[in-house]
Design a protein around this ligand. Sequence first.
Ligand SMILES: NC(=O)c1ccc[n+]([C@@H]2O[C@H](COP(=O)([O-])OP(=O)(O)OC[C@H]3O[C@@H](n4cnc5c(N)ncnc54)[C@H](O)[C@@H]3O)[C@@H](O)[C@H]2O)c1
Length: 329
Amino acid sequence: MTDQAILVTGAAGFIGFHVARQLLGEGRPVVGLDNLNSYYDPALKQARLDLLRNDSRFSFVQADLADRDTIAALFARHGFAKVVHLAAQAGVRYSIDNPHAYADSNLQGFLNVLEGCRNNFCRHLVYASSSSVYGANTKLPFAVQDRTDHPVSFYAATKKANELMAQSYSHLYRLPVTGLRFFTIYGPWGRPDMAMFLFANAIMANRPIRLFNHGRMRRDFTYIDDVTRVVSKLIDRVPADEPAAANAPSRVYNVGNHHPEELMHVVALLERELGRTANKELLPMQPGDVLETFADVEDLMRDTGFAPSTPIEHGVRNFVTWYRDYFKV
Ligand SMILES: NC(=O)c1ccc[n+]([C@@H]2O[C@H](COP(=O)([O-])OP(=O)(O)OC[C@H]3O[C@@H](n4cnc5c(N)ncnc54)[C@H](O)[C@@H]3O)[C@@H](O)[C@H]2O)c1
């Protein structure tokens, strides 16, 4: 049986929530899956789910991707033709002390998704990779063809592993797969462990904000609405199978704004929008961090006619408007 519904894993998470909302808005039914873990406040995940549940075409399954039997049964029951796999243990710094959380969700969980797709005739798996696969590369911008075999965190190693696992399934079982290397996604309903959210919390509580490498860092901040647009376009752009050319139906794209921002500039924008001055604590570089990220999005542009471009000023304003409303501050 093939289900019309699209499976979105990590649907209670930041990006999964927005992607599910986008697809529902396009009239497409969505089955959302999440284990609602407490890596960050589950109340935020519940609040996102509450919004999704307003749409009758949304249904939710609470399950752990690492639970092989449950995931196999879910895929067998639905036979999803399209899968957007966004659930993962995210975060670079947390992986230093908690590597097993990454092995369970990002390796075992990813394999269970691949097996579900392979055994149930999935026609396209779109999955999240990360800009962290570029490690400490110094050639800018980061291009998909660049080397990505020297990760500087275990999180990045699991994301690179996902690309290789997907490639092998695509080759062996002709499973069409599209990997998305996300570059620092931000916006309303964002992730509380990420810099912009942490800075906003600290500024509002009059606590110092911690700026590593003394604030001398640049990030290719990418606005969430651009990301959902990319995902929506790519779901229907199934990579072609070209056995004659020995090519597996597999693609990887950078999803970034291709416009790195100085961290200090982002702090200044937050100060302006929040109407408060940040107390800045300048700290040395941390293990696992990189100095700059910058996406080459030529492939994305060529294949979809679109690339993220929301200016940071606009995105920060929308984030702060949501933040004030959500926390009533
Ligand atoms: N936000 C970014 O800037 C960014 C950058 C690069 C890559 N990514 C990747 O994009 C994807 C989505 O990230 P996000 O920012 O929305 O993170 P998020 O933590 O907000 O969302 C991930 C969701 O997956 C769920 N989850 C985790 N492990 C699970 C498991 N074993 N079983 C079921 N559910 C599980 C979590 O409960 C969470 O709701 C992740 O794969 C992440 O690695 C995000």
